[in-house]
Design a protein around this ligand. Structure first.
Ligand SMILES: [Zn+2]
Ligand SMILES: [Zn+2]
Length: 377
């Protein structure tokens, strides 16, 4: 339940909800799991622990018949639930974690979907429950059909040991294949990114040759040629056009001069987008959650420019980034700007970060058609 179920970018704790008629055994198991560092409370309806990684987790046990109402209640958000309860009140009903009532009589619901149905609403997926228009949309049957994990065909923006990645191109590709993807867009660092062993033209040539060979060898899978290309302070890209044109995808990236004033930073990015070989703006604000503020940039102008020049914007799915922020995804969508989900993995075991990105995209109301990873690459 809780913010974890809603795929929020930051969560404070983990809320688990279980329905059972007998709680004792469940509580015993929960409080003696090998991951437990400390038991903060142990009771018949609720126990609380601190995990070895420092995160708190709560477990609640409720009665089977209370489960749909409890799950809805404890999933939040608070804002969504306040709006829902006031809707119920207007319909002459009362709603809390134990049930939906008409007077004293329980209105029986088998699951959450039925609960929403009784409130004359389409089912609202947890990621949308923020009271930002989802209740109105559910009433008018206008909720988006959100993107799902199974819609993802390919992975954009992974690194190899040509720049600062830990694995070879082949290892990254084979991991993607193992995970069921059909293609991978390699995007190592460009030449100015010396700190990340960025690629000079000669090594690029070598890389492209290796990709061509691998594509002959790997059956039913394709490696596309991309680059994470620095956007220089003057808005130019880090290679001349005759090199840029050899890529399938050029990811434009700000890695330097974060302290530029907003107006200049915005112009810098928009100028880069005007290059015809520019394809995708990667980590659009440079933020690192809980540790680095975004650089000053006017995202509205950047999104409008992306629409004008036909460029895509990335949701960087690295859990430290989740950049583009989900709050801006709706704006991108309204402007017809396509989104790309990128794990930005530097090793095989973080390619799966792309699935966190699906949650963020869902929070941003995105559908299959809004996301380039659902296409053939
Ligand atoms: Zn980067
Ligand atoms: Zn990267």
């Amino acid at each position: 339940a809780g913010s974890l179920r809603r795929h929020k970018e930051l969560i404070r704790d983990i809320d688990i909800l279980v329905s059972a008629e007998q709680a004792t055994k469940i509580m015993d198991t929960f409080t003696t799991l090998p991951q437990v560092a400390k038991v903060n409370a142990k009771g018949n309806t609720k126990s609380a622990i601190t995990l070895k990684n420092g995160i708190n987790a709560d477990l609640r046990v409720i009665k089977n018949k209370e489960f749909p109402y409890g799950l809805q209640h404890f999933s939040g958000s608070k804002e969504h639930n306040v709006a829902l309860r006031s809707r119920a009140k207007k319909m002459g009903l009362k709603m809390n974690e134990y049930g939906l009532f008409k007077g004293k009589k329980l209105i029986v619901c088998k699951n959450e979907a039925e609960l929403y149905q009784k409130l004359k609403l389409d089912y609202i997926p947890p990621e949308l429950r923020e009271n930002t228009g989802e209740i109105e949309a559910a009433e008018k049957h206008q909720l988006p059909k959100l993107i799902e994990q199974k819609d993802i065909q390919g992975v954009f923006h992974v690194h190899s040991n040509y720049s600062d990645g830990a694995n070879s191109i082949e290892e990254m590709a084979r991991q993607c294949m193992k995970m069921g993807f059909k293609y991978m867009v390699l995007a190592d660092h460009s030449q100015s990114a010396f700190y990340a062993n960025g690629l000079k033209p000669a090594r690029l040539k070598k890389q492209h040759k290796e990709i061509d060979q691998l594509n002959k060898k790997l059956k039913g899978f394709k490696i596309l040629k991309g680059i994470e290309c620095d956007i220089l302070p003057n808005g130019q890209l880090d290679y001349p056009d005759e090199i840029l044109k050899t890529f399938d995808y050029v990811f434009g990236a700000i890695h330097t001069k974060f302290k530029m004033p907003e107006k200049e930073m915005t112009e810098r990015i928009i100028k880069a987008m005007q290059n015809k070989y520019f394809s995708i703006l990667t980590h659009p604000t440079g933020r690192l959650l809980l540790s680095r503020e975004p650089y000053p940039v006017n995202l509205e102008k950047v999104i409008k420019a992306a629409a004008k020049y036909g460029k895509a914007i990335e949701i960087n799915c690295n859990p430290q980034r989740f950049d583009l922020d989900w709050r801006w995804c709706k704006v991108a969508k309204e402007n017809g700007v396509k989104i790309v989900l990128s794990p930005d993995s530097h090793r095989i075991d973080t390619i799966s970060d792309i699935y966190y990105g699906v949650g963020i995209a869902r929070r941003g109301w995105l559908e299959k058609k809004d996301v380039l990873n659902t296409g053939p690459g």
